[in-house]
Structures are given as C-alpha cells and as structure tokens.
Design a protein around this ligand. Structure first.
Ligand SMILES: Cc1cc2nc3c(=O)[nH]c(=O)nc-3n(C[C@H](O)[C@H](O)[C@H](O)COP(=O)(O)OP(=O)(O)OC[C@H]3O[C@@H](n4cnc5c(N)ncnc54)[C@H](O)[C@@H]3O)c2cc1C
Length: 451
C-alpha cells in the first residue's frame, strides 16, 4: 500500500525543498545525478551530495585495482565536476551524526595530510535526508582480524593490498636469487570469504602472478612460488548462489590453482598466520577479509534511527526509515524488506542502482506532496568474473527461471555492467569516450600497475 507522505506537504519545509544525499557510491551518486538533472535544474529542489572522498570509484572494480590490473586513478569520477554538469551541489566531508528534531546533518571537519584543517565541522539543513553510506567490513569479532587482515572497501585498501603483494614478490624474488640452493616458502595470500568478492579476487590474482613473472624484479614461478587460498566457512564457494554456479566456480578455481578450503572457519589472524577452527595454522604473507559487511558505525550512533544487527538502517518499502519519514536510506546501508518483512535484500550494486532509480521518481512525488510509491526489486541475475577466463552466472527475467550463462555471453554482459554504470552517470557520449580512453591506455601501458 502506498504511504501518504504528509510531511512533504508541510509548510515548514524550505523553498526550494532541500534533499541532502550522504554517500556518493553506486546508489547515492546515481540518485544525485538523476535528481540534479530533473528537480535541480528545474529549480524545484536543491540537491546536495556529501561524500568524505572527492572522487567516486565503482566498488565492484576493487578486486581489479587490488590485483593491479587497473589503475584506480583512471577510473575515478570527480564529484565536483559531476555536480557542476548535472545540477547538484557537492560538499566534501564525513557524516558524523544527525539532529532529527532540527533536521540537520552534522559534517565532521576535513583535514589535509599534515593534519591542518581544510573545512571546519559544520551543519547542513535538510528537508529530506537520504543515507547512502554503503557498508564496512564485518570481521565478526574474529581475534586479530581487524588488525591483521585487510578489508577491501575502498581504493585505499585496494592500493594497500597491491603494494603489499608487490613487496612480498620483491622480497621472495630477492631471497630466491641470493640463496638459489635454499628452499624458499611460497608467497602466501589468504582470502577469507568465498562470496563473489573473494572468488573474483582469487581468480584475478592468479592472472596477476602470471603477468608479474615477465618483469625481472618479480620473476617468480606463478605456480611454485605462490599459494592463494580461499577460505570459506560454509560448505561451498559462492554460498548465496545456486549449486550449479557454485560447483562450476569451484572447478574453475581449482583449475586456476587456487586452494579452496570450504567448511573452514577462521578463528584468529596474526601478521604471519591465519588459524582455523581445527587448530590448523596457515602461513600468511597477506590476509584479506571478504567475508561479510555491516552498516557504517555512524549509523549505530544516530539517535532515533533504528538499525538491524548488522547496523543497517531499517526502512520500509518506500525506503523511508521506520522512525522518520524525512529520512530515507538505500543501498548497502539499508535493510530493505525483500519478499517478506524479515528477509532483507542483499548488499549488491544492482539493488543500490534500482533503489536510486526508484527514489529519483519518488522524490518528485515527495516535493509535490503526492503519495509515495513502493519499491519492488527485480533480480536481473548474478555474474562472477574469473579474470581472463571470462565470467559465469545466471540471468533472470528472460525465462520463468534464471538461466545459467557462461562463455562469451556471460563475459560480454559482465563487462557491460560497468559501462552501463558509467553511462548512467555521464551519458552515452561520456561512456563512449571513457571506454575508448581505457582501451587506448591498455594498449600503451603495462598490464599490471607496478608503481
Ligand atoms: C570488491 C567488491 C566487489 C563487488 N562486486 C560486486 C558485483 O560484482 N556485483 C554487485 O552487484 N555488487 C558487487 N559489490 C557490492 C557493491 O559494490 C555494493 O553493493 C554497492 O557499491 C553498494 O552501493 P552503495 O551506494 O550502497 O554504497 P557504496 O557504493 O559503497 O558507496 C558508499 C559511499 O558512501 C561514502 N561514505 C561512507 N561513509 C560516509 C560518511 N560517514 N560520510 C560521507 N560519506 C560516506 C563512501 O565514500 C562511498 O562513496 C562488490 C563490492 C566489493 C567491495
């Protein structure tokens, strides 16, 4: 049943209505761009986007950045430019809290690398607030995990991982060269969590170590000198997907030389080892945690905004928070009911994108005081990338049941998903130029980022 959005008709809203979106990720930036193009340019609403970072990066590319296969700097979109072109305003800063009664978003101060303040802490008034903060890694309280396992949430994490990988290769290569007679331990990379992120990272790393071998500084044997382990607590890889996709993924990973450990729960992470529930100690040069997500900690601290056990904001089908009709949430930070009230939609780019498209329409209703529609998610399927071996997965909506896809079709569709995201933000021409520039860059640049 559609909810009547009474507060939108109240006279104490500012004119024009101010919509503040916090978080410029898949959902938030898509929404700001759409609203800027419509309500913003028409002067019907003032659209403000807040993000702690000056640039947007599409998170599903993070495993490619971490494995050095793309240079994240060339895939970042600057919020200030996007705002100027699409009729919204951009404020850089980190959301520190909200004052619901006064309808204020509290933004923390920003500092430069030397700790000097660039912008002071400030408050931003809103009529409508949209929380689109994404998620943080959930280490599930495993001992040492937060300290010694890297998360993969941002470009900074991806770059840290890549640097550690290169350093470990240089170290092992030097040891092998200077002590040819001595047995040298392989470089051990432990990926905890065999969901889509862990699987894609493991496959990408297999490509990377093969490509690194051609440079003398990193001249290690891609098979003998590397151990890439994928550790999963449940009985199969990709546990959220069908058995068919899971079995096929497991076979592909084994074919690539990834050690897959299923039914294996990690109990502790140290700088040089990962321990599993059976008391097994696995050597570790780098551990990376891709095993789960939670809402950002700031959400737990917000007075009057109800969250679930994973700190995701509880929303109803209008995407309004259950406690405050002036506050909406979408994407990973929102616990949005799926087919039943106690089953939530998975944290996926597809969900965030569809919710942004939905809210762009719903906000038009809200600023004119009309009834809000309700969000319905349509699953288009799931594709998982295996580096140069292509992609596999399922596509939904073509037949009554999802169909399994692999080969060129799966690979082409997988690659088109990112292009579609860029097209959403920059239009067809922008996407075409972006694609061409990346293609030319790939012809001219080394296949792995080494610096
Ligand atoms: C490595 C990896 C691979 C993935 N692959 C896939 C895939 O293949 N398919 C798929 O469907 N999904 C994939 N996902 C999940 C997908 O990326 C997320 O579901 C999606 O990005 C969620 O979008 P969002 O808008 O909710 O948040 P995000 O895209 O994460 O954006 C959140 C934004 O909020 C900003 N922010 C956070 N906190 C604050 C704060 N306090 N103040 C200001 N700004 C803040 C961040 O800087 C960021 O810009 C992957 C995720 C990862 C990490």
């Amino acid at each position: 049943m559609a909810a009547i959005d009474q507060p939108a008709a109240r006279s104490n809203f500012q004119r024009p209505h101010r919509i503040v979106i916090v978080g410029g990720g898949v959902g938030g930036l898509g929404l700001a761009t759409r609203l800027g193009e419509t309500l913003g340019k028409a002067g019907d609403a003032q659209i403000v986007l807040i993000d702690r970072s000056p640039t947007h990066f599409w998170k599903p590319l993070l495993h490619e950045a971490a494995s050095g296969q793309i240079d994240p700097a060339t895939h970042q979109l600057q919020y200030a430019v996007q705002a100027q072109r699409n009729g919204f305003e951009f404020e850089q800063g980190e959301l520190a809290g909200i004052d619901r009664a006064e309808r204020l978003a509290m933004i923390g101060a920003t500092h430069d690398a030397d700790g000097r303040e660039i912008l002071p802490a400030r408050q931003l008034a809103f009529d409508t607030l949209v929380l689109a903060l994404g998620s943080v890694t959930n280490f599930f309280g495993v001992r040492g995990a937060a300290e010694h396992a890297l998360p993969l949430e941002s470009v900074v994490h991806a770059e840290t991982f890549r640097r550690k990988l290169l350093d470990a290769c240089i170290r092992a290569n030097h040891t092998r060269r200077t002590n040819p007679a001595q047995a040298v331990e392989p470089v051990s990379i432990n990926i905890v969590g065999a969901g889509a992120t862990g699987v894609e990272l493991a496959a990408a790393l297999r490509d990377t170590v093969r490509l690194l071998n051609r440079y003398s500084l990193f001249a290690l044997d891609p098979v003998r000198d590397f151990r890439i382990r994928l550790i999963e607590g449940s009985a199969r890889v990709l546990p959220a997907l069908s058995n068919e996709i899971s079995d096929r993924a497991q076979r592909m990973l084994c074919g690539l030389g990834v050690d897959v450990l299923t039914d294996t729960r990690v109990t502790e992470v140290r700088t040089d080892a990962v321990f599993t529930h059976g008391g097994v100690q696995l050597p570790s040069d780098i551990a990376i945690w891709t095993a789960g997500i939670a809402g950002p900690p700031v959400l737990r601290a917000m007075d009057g905004v109800a969250v679930n056990r994973s700190a995701q904001v509880l929303v109803n089908r209008t995407l309004q928070t259950t406690d405050d009709t002036n506050i909406f949430a979408l994407g990973d930070c929102a616990a949005c009911p799926s087919h039943s009230a106690d089953v939530f939609l998975a944290p996926r780019a597809q969900v965030a994108h569809q919710q942004a498209v939905f809210l762009a329409q719903a906000m038009k209703c809200r600023v004119t005081g009309r009834a809000l529609p309700e969000f319905t998610y349509r699953d288009a399927g799931t594709l998982v990338g295996f580096g140069n071996k292509g992609a596999i997965g399922s596509l939904s909506g073509l037949r009554a049941r999802p169909i399994f896809v692999d080969g060129w079709l799966a690979t082409v569709v997988y690659k088109l998903i990112y292009r579609k995201h860029i097209m959403t933000l920059t239009g067809f021409t922008g996407m075409a130029f972006d694609t061409a520039s990346h293609w030319l860059r790939r012809c001219a640049q080394p296949l792995i980022k080494l610096h």
